[in-house]
Ligand binder design. Structure first.
Ligand SMILES: Nc1ncnc2c1ncn2[C@@H]1O[C@H](COP(=O)(O)OP(=O)(O)OP(=O)(O)O)[C@@H](O)[C@H]1O
Ligand SMILES: [Mg+2]
Length: 274
């Protein structure tokens, strides 16, 4: 088997914003590159006699380099959608393309390959390995990707510098603040130059000011490295800087808004939808 899963071309042609309401306008009239595409995605969970329609047919295009926030009430399907666009689970119906690869066509080896190299994950609770140093946490995904150890160390140090904690490369998570730990987790997510970073409530365990710093960092890194950031969030700071917000309700996209069209008011960011 070759080292690289062969991409299956996404069947649809790129859309203009007029065909895809809420799409961010192309910067210079150029067609934008789609990095994730979901087509009619449904997810049904069966537990005994209970059947839950967690996603009821989601069509969503996410563009390369875009910063997208996913909002919705508890149980609306945000994590389920995350699992789909992150290649962590497969739909019951419909198709998901990640960087032009049809996720359903991948075997378990190819899926692992994609998750390791194409996607970086950031979690609410940081999820660093406590016995490893910052550097070891960041270079861990590079070990899985068979990166040469010298190169991994150089890249690890470079990433730790980028996220502002280069001098703490030898510290273990227990000796770092929450904000510092999340910086390590961001560096780890970027370890293998992913096309996509998935962040599930990345600021929920941080104070407001630290959360704002983490969001600003994610934004500048996404611009600098051209990485697509997809984040479930309830954080005003995130809504202030994201390119688009997808509002999910009962397993369906309720609406998609561009940031400039958002009317964010303190205390009513979700439009009273909870
Ligand atoms: N593994 C599972 N097995 C059975 N039902 C599930 C499973 N995962 C999610 N569900 C159900 O699917 C629906 C959507 O859940 P999901 O976790 O996607 O919601 P969410 O929007 O992420 O909620 P929250 O904001 O609380 O995290 C819910 O009704 C949930 O109970
Ligand atoms: Mg969830």
């Amino acid at each position: 088997m070759s080292d690289t899963p062969s991409p299956t071309p996404s069947p649809a042609t790129p859309e203009t914003p007029a065909e895809n309401p809420g799409a961010a306008a192309p910067a210079s009239g150029l067609v934008r590159d789609i990095v994730v595409r979901t087509l009619g995605v449904k997810k049904i969970y069966k537990m005994g006699d209970t059947i839950t329609h967690a996603l009821r047919g989601v069509d969503l295009d996410i563009y390369r380099g875009e910063y997208m926030a996913i909002m919705g009430p508890s149980g609306s399907g945000k994590s389920t959608l995350f699992n789909m666009v992150g290649g962590l689970d497969k739909p019951s119906e419909g198709m998901v393309f990640i960087d032009e690869v049809d996720v359903a066509a991948l075997d378990s080896y190819e899926l692992a390959w994609m998750r390791c190299r194409k996607i970086g994950y950031i979690f609410q609770s940081f999820n660093l390995l406590p016995t490893l140093t910052a550097m070891e946490n960041v270079t861990m995904p590079m070990v899985f990707a068979n990166v040469d150890p010298d190169e991994a160390r150089d890249r690890g140090y470079d990433l730790l510098q980028k996220v502002g904690i280069g001098e703490r490369w030898n510290h273990r998570p227990g000796r770092m603040s929450g904000g510092q730990q999340q910086r390590v987790a961001i560096a780890r997510a970027l370890a293998n130059n992913p096309a996509i970073v998935l962040a599930d409530e990345p600021t929920a365990n941080l104070d407001h000011r630290t959360g704002a710093q983490i969001i600003a960092l994610l934004k500048s890194l996404s611009r600098e490295m051209g990485v697509t950031v997809i984040s479930a969030t309830h954080d005003h700071n995130m809504l202030d800087i994201c390119d688009r917000v997808v509002w999910i309700r009962d397993g369906e996209i309720e609406r998609i808004e561009r940031r400039e069209d958002l009317n964010i008011q303190v205390g009513s960011i979700d439009g009273g939808k909870h």
